[in-house]
Design a protein. Structure first.
Length: 135
């Protein structure tokens, strides 16, 4: 099993446990995009990239992240989990793509910096320090 499939499996296990699903939710596309199948509680679309683009190299990019219950801590908890996965597999950044007003606030709260006004990134190291200091 190669690392992207291991990442997919870890995310799937996390979501199944946290949201009490019995069947797999997450799939990996041939171009290394992790998506959750359509359901009423979770909307997830991640890009896993080792090469530099608009985002820095070695970046897991959150293109879409939504939960039916907002402001319940699910987003922060997932980003913390994703940072731990990123560290394990040698990714250096987490990115947020095409943010709206709510996700801009979320990004700034977690220490992300603006790349171009609508896309944000943060080093995994800084993100983990943020969560460590919240304890």
């Amino acid at each position: 099993m190669y690392e992207y499939e291991e990442i997919r499996e870890a995310i799937d296990s996390y979501l199944m446990e946290r949201f009490i699903y019995r069947r797999s939710l997450v799939r990996l596309t041939p171009d290394n995009i992790v998506t959750a199948r359509r359901n009423s509680r979770i909307d997830l679309y991640l890009r896993i990239r080792r090469i530099e683009s608009l985002f820095p190299p070695d970046c897991i990019i959150i293109a879409r992240l939504g939960f039916s219950k907002e402001r319940a801590g699910h987003g922060s908890h997932f980003v913390q989990f994703l940072a731990e996965i990123a560290l394990k597999y040698g990714f250096k950044y987490i990115g947020l793509e095409s943010v709206n007003e709510k996700s801009t606030y979320f990004a700034r709260k977690l220490g992300f910096y603006s790349i171009d006004g609508s896309n944000y990134a943060v080093s995994v190291k800084n993100l983990l320090l943020y969560f460590q200091n919240r304890r």
